[in-house]
Every structure is written in C-alpha cells, then in structure tokens.
Write a protein that binds this ligand. Structure first.
Ligand code: GA4
Length: 327
C-alpha cells in the first residue's frame, strides 16, 4: 500500500491553452450514405467520432440514466454491497490493479450475463428487476448500433465479408463489458485555480471499439496526433465512439487507438455509460490480410486472452501495445 493519503494520490491537470473546447470532432450521421467514408477518415485521423441518428431509443437512455443516478445517490455503505469491482461490481476511486486513483465511482458489468449476482442484488434490492430490464433494453440498442458501425467500417475499408468486425460482437462468447462512471462535482481548491482533478486518467481502451454516452456535463478529453489535448463538448443525445487497441492491430495501425481521459467538473456531476466491444477470449488479434497489401504486420500475434492477461496490473497511462510491436 502506498503511504500517501487518498487525496495525495489524485492527479491534477492544468487547464492549458490546448485544452480548449473543440467543435472539430468528426461527426457521423448514421442515416447518411457518406457515413462509411466519414467513419474511416475519423478513425484514421482521430480514432474518435461522434454519432447522430444512432437509433438507440431516447427512452431507454433516460431510463438507464435515472436508474444509474438512483444507484449512485445511495449511501456508500449500500453501494459497497455491489463491490468490490473484482473484476465486476461497484468500485470507488481505485481503477484497475496498478494503483491508479481517480475522482470517480463506477459499476463494471459483463454484457452477456444475467445481472443476478448476489452482490448486485443486495445493492439493488427490490429494484433489481427494473434495473435489469432497463439495462438490457439499453444494451440491445447499443449493440445494434455497434454492429452497424462495425459493418460500415468494414465496407469503408473495402473488406469482405462486411461482418469481419461485427461477428466478434455477435459471437455469444464475445468478451464485451459495460461500465457506468459517476464523477461527482469536484469544487476547485481556490477560486482562480486553473487545475482540474483527474476523474479517469489518460489511457487507450484495449477492446475493438467503445461506445460512450454521457449526460450534459463536460470532462472528456482526447489526445490528438501531436500530443495536445482537446475537450469534447458534451452532448447527451449523441454517442461518442473510440477506436481501441484491438482495432488498431486488426487494421495494422491504419486506425488509431485514441488516448483519452476525463477531468472532474468543478460544479456538475458527470455520468457516462460505456459499452466496450471485446472479442471472444480465444480470438487471434492480428492485422486482416486484406489490409496488409504486402506490408509486414506491425505486431506480434496474440489472442485477446493473452492481451488481457498482459494488461492486468498495468498503469492506465502505459503503452500496453508496446510489448506486442515488432521492432
Ligand atoms: C480501460 C477501459 C475499460 O474501462 C476497462 C479498464 C480496466 C479497469 O478499469 O479495470 C483497466 C483499463 C481499462 C486499461 C488498463 C488496465 C485495465 C484499468 C487498468 C489500469 C474496464 C478495460 O477493459 O481496460
């Protein structure tokens, strides 16, 4: 255990000039014919884009958001009945096993399991059934959108069959997870302070893609190619898509796994819900032959199981793909 007190373990980031609100985030309207080419361009340049006309019913979204808010507003002793997040359940401040700490509490859930574990039941009590049905409705909608986006990626990249990516999500062994993060408002220490407490430290997601939706509170920032950070203007009715490490490998580096982080908001709490599309554990993660065009793979071969094992205990900010790069 570290000898630092919990508050000393938090990290702060300066609200530097680069961290201005940026409206240059790629925007994809899923109902338009140019969606696939916009998606490919966005994944190459940013590894990140915003989606509108996503088809996830607004009702399912707001019902899950209110269920989640009800959960997080319970006394800590009640929430802890659903913890620790080891690996699934309620977690508070401590992220992963490498010692990272953030101004955040969260629920981590498996997507293809009945949410009837004794821990979750005791925390949700009477409300368990309601939570479960609202969660399932939301996840069905997001899975459908994820499938559509993954097929558009394959089409945009001219890969046959077009379900090369989406079949990993549709596989009943898909190792996908769902995360709800709650970042309480974090008042600044001094009135004219230009530092923000880190809610969730910088990292890339290990999976294929992540589909994020939040309430209207800012906090999410992404890192651009030149290493600068930009804030993503919040939009509660849209989804934000991140390219993860596995998709970077499957496209042999053509798509970029985006580094991102969340800074705590000084006055409003932030709630985000993220669906991480993970392949089955036995899946070989390697560049797709049709994308190699005579080039060598930039990565050594590994399965999703091996990758997951190798990242246990890493720090959030680590370059986890580094171990698998061919030099
Ligand atoms: C980042 C994406 C997902 O939230 C997550 C995280 C996981 C965790 O919270 O336990 C990790 C992190 C995430 C990447 C590196 C390791 C594992 C914390 C950490 C330090 C659930 C995931 O799959 O990888």
């Amino acid at each position: 255990m570290s000898s630092k007190s919990p508050t000393e373990q938090y990290t702060y980031v300066r609200n530097c000039k680069q961290t201005t609100f940026c409206s240059g985030i790629p925007l994809v309207d899923l109902s338009k014919p140019d969606a696939k080419s916009l998606i490919v361009n966005a994944c190459e340049e940013f590894g990140f884009f915003k989606v509108i006309n996503h088809g996830v019913p607004m009702e399912a979204i707001s019902m899950l958001e209110s269920e989640a808010m009800n959960f997080f507003s319970m006394p800590i002793i009640e929430k802890q009945k659903a913890g620790p997040a080891n690996p699934f359940g309620y977690g508070n401040k401590s992220i992963g096993r490498g010692g990272d700490v953030g101004w955040v509490e969260f629920l981590l859930l498996k997507t293809n399991q009945e949410h009837n574990s004794p821990t979750l039941s005791s925390a949700f009590g009477q409300n368990r059934e309601n939570f479960r049905s609202v969660l399932n409705e939301y996840m069905c909608g997001v899975r459908k959108m994820a499938c559509e986006i993954l097929d558009l990626m394959a089409e945009g990249l001219n890969i046959q069959p077009k379900n090369v990516f989406s079949k990993l999500l549709m596989d009943k062994e898909s190792d996908s997870i769902f995360r709800v993060n709650h970042y309480p408002a974090c008042p600044k220490k001094n009135h004219n302070d230009d530092e923000n407490m880190i809610g969730f430290g910088e990292h890339t997601d290990p999976q294929i893609i992540s589909l994020l939706r939040s309430n209207n509170t800012s906090g999410l920032q992404i890192s651009l190619r030149d290493g600068s950070w930009i804030s993503v203007p919040p939009d509660h009715s849209s989804f934000f898509i991140n390219v993860g490490d596995s998709l970077q490998v499957m496209t042999n580096g053509r798509f970029r796994s985006v580094r991102h982080r969340v800074v705590a908001n000084g006055s409003k709490s932030r709630l985000s819900m993220i669906y991480f599309v993970g392949p089955p554990l036995s899946e070989k993660i390697a560049p797709l032959p049709s994308l190699m065009k005579g080039n060598e793979s930039l990565y050594k071969e590994f399965t999703w199981f091996e990758y997951k094992n190798s990242i246990y205990g890493s720090r959030l900010a680590d370059n986890r793909l580094g171990h698998f790069e061919r030099i």
